[in-house]
Design a protein around this ligand. Structure first.
Ligand code: CP3
Length: 333
C-alpha cells in the first residue's frame, strides 16, 4: 500500500506523504519549455504522451508521493461541447451555453472526446511504481463547474447578481454536470487513477444555499467515487464550516485552505487531512518556509496527514524552495 493510501485508508499518522496542488505546471522550467511549443492548452491536455510526460516532471524532480494527471477541471465543459479557451494573462474563457446542444450529448460522445485524458492516465499509471505512488485523477466540484459554465470566466470576489436568475437552467445544468462528472470519474479510475480529488475552487463564493449547491451535489460524487473502491479527497476552498462539510459529505480526506486555523481543524475533524500551508510562504525565505512547514507537521503529528498546500503552487515559486519544503517534510519526525 502507498503512504497516501495508508494515511487515508488505514488512518496512520506520522507518515507525512507529500504532493502539491498544481505541481505539474507553470513554475517548472521543463513544463514551460513544452508549453512554449504548444500554444493551445486544451490540445496539450489532449496530447497523451506530452500530458503524461508533464505529469511525471514533478515526480522526477521532487519524488513526490503522488502524481496528479496533467489536465484541467474545464475539460468537463469542453467534453460537453462548450467552447473553452485559455487566454494568456487572463485565464479561461468559455463560449455560449446551449442547453439543446448539451441534451444531445451521450456518454459515448463525451468519453470519446476526452479519450486522450484517459490514455494519458493509463500511460502514466504504467510508468509509476504503483506500490509506492498514487496517481490522482480529478474533477471540479459541481458548483465550481456550474460557476464556470454560466459565468464563462473566473469570477472575481463576488458572483454577478443575476447569476441565479434562470432557475431552470441551473437545475438542468446541475443534473447534466452530475451525470458527466460521474462518467469522467469512472473513466479516470478505469484508466488507472488510484485517488480522485474534487476541486471546489469557488465554494467560498456562496453564502447561502450551501446544502443545495455544495453539500448535496458533492455528496453524490463522493458516494459514487467510494462505490468504485477509490478514496476521494475534497477541497472546498474558502468554505466557512469545514467540520459541517466533512460531517455531511464524508470525503475520505479533506484538503484545508490556508485561511483555516489548523489547530481548530485537528481538534474538530477526525478524517484524514491534507494541505493548509499558504503557497505564498514558498515565495519568502527558507527559514520562514521551514518554520511554517514544521508548524503544520507538529500540529498534525498524531493525525493522518498528507502534506500539501492551502491552494495551488504559485507560478513564481523557485525550484529551490520546493526542494527545501520536500526536505523539511521528509526529515521530520
Ligand atoms: O495540479 C496539477 O498540476 C495538474 C493539473 C491541473 C491544472 N489545472 C493545469 C493547468 C489541475 C489540477 C487544475 C485544476 C484547476 N483548473 C482548478 C482547480 C484548482 C485551483 O487552482 O483552484 C481551476 C479553478 C482550474 C481552471 C483554470 N485552468 C484556470 C483558472 C486557469 C488559468 C490560471 C491558472 O491557474 O493557471 C487554468 C489553466 C491551467 N490549468 C494551467 C495549468 C498548468 C496554466 C496553463 C498555462 O500554461 O497558461
Amino acid at each position: 500500500m502507498t503512504p497516501i493510501q495508508k494515511c487515508i485508508v488505514e488512518k496512520k499518522s506520522n507518515l507525512n506523504p507529500i504532493w502539491l496542488m498544481r505541481q505539474a505546471g507553470r513554475y517548472l522550467p521543463e513544463f514551460r519549455e513544452i508549453r512554449s511549443k504548444n500554444q493551445d492548452f486544451i490540445k496539450l491536455c489532449l496530447s497523451e504522451n506530452l500530458a503524461s510526460e508533464i505529469t511525471l516532471q514533478p515526480i522526477e524532480r521532487f519524488n513526490f508521493d503522488a502524481a496528479i494527471i496533467f489536465s484541467d477541471i474545464l475539460m468537463l465543459p469542453y467534453g460537453l461541447n462548450q467552447k473553452v479557451e485559455f487566454e494568456k494573462n487572463f485565464g479561461p474563457k468559455l463560449g455560449n451555453l446551449n442547453l439543446d446542444d448539451l441534451k444531445n450529448i451521450d456518454e459515448v460522445d463525451f468519453s470519446f472526446k476526452l479519450n486522450s485524458v484517459y490514455k494519458a492516465i493509463n500511460i502514466t499509471s504504467n510508468k509509476i511504481n504503483r506500490d509506492e505512488k498514487d496517481l490522482i485523477g480529478f474533477v471540479g466540484a459541481p458548483w465550481t463547474i456550474l460557476v464556470y459554465m454560466i459565468n464563462k470566466i473566473s469570477p472575481k470576489k463576488k458572483l454577478k447578481e443575476d447569476f441565479f436568475k434562470d432557475e431552470f437552467l441551473i437545475n438542468r445544468l446541475l443534473s447534466i454536470i452530475d451525470k458527466f462528472l460521474k462518467i469522467h470519474i469512472k473513466n479516470q479510475v478505469e484508466a488507472g487513477a488510484t485517488i480522485i480529488q474534487i476541486f471546489d475552487s469557488w465554494a467560498g463564493l456562496l453564502e447561502n444555499n450551501i446544502p443545495e449547491y455544495i453539500y448535496i451535489p458533492t455528496l453524490s460524487l463522493v458516494e459514487y467515487t467510494k462505490s468504485l473502491g477509490v478514496p476521494v479527497i475534497c477541497f472546498p476552498r474558502g468554505i466557512k464550516d469545514y467540520k459541517n462539510f466533512c460531517d455531511i459529505v464524508k470525503p475520505s480526506a479533506v484538503n484545508i485552505d490556508y485561511d483555516i486555523d489548523p489547530k481548530d481543524i485537528v481538534k474538530n475533524i477526525d478524517i484524514p487531512i491534507q494541505g493548509g500551508l499558504d503557497p505564498k510562504i514558498l515565495l519568502q525565505d527558507e527559514d520562514t518556509l521551514e518554520k511554517e512547514t514544521k508548524k503544520y507537521l507538529n500540529i498534525f503529528k498524531d493525525h493522518p496527514y498528507i502534506f500539501n498546500l492551502g491552494h495551488g503552487i504559485q507560478p513564481q515559486t523557485k525550484i529551490e524552495m520546493v526542494e527545501k519544503l520536500v526536505k523539511t517534510v521528509r526529515s521530520f519526525n
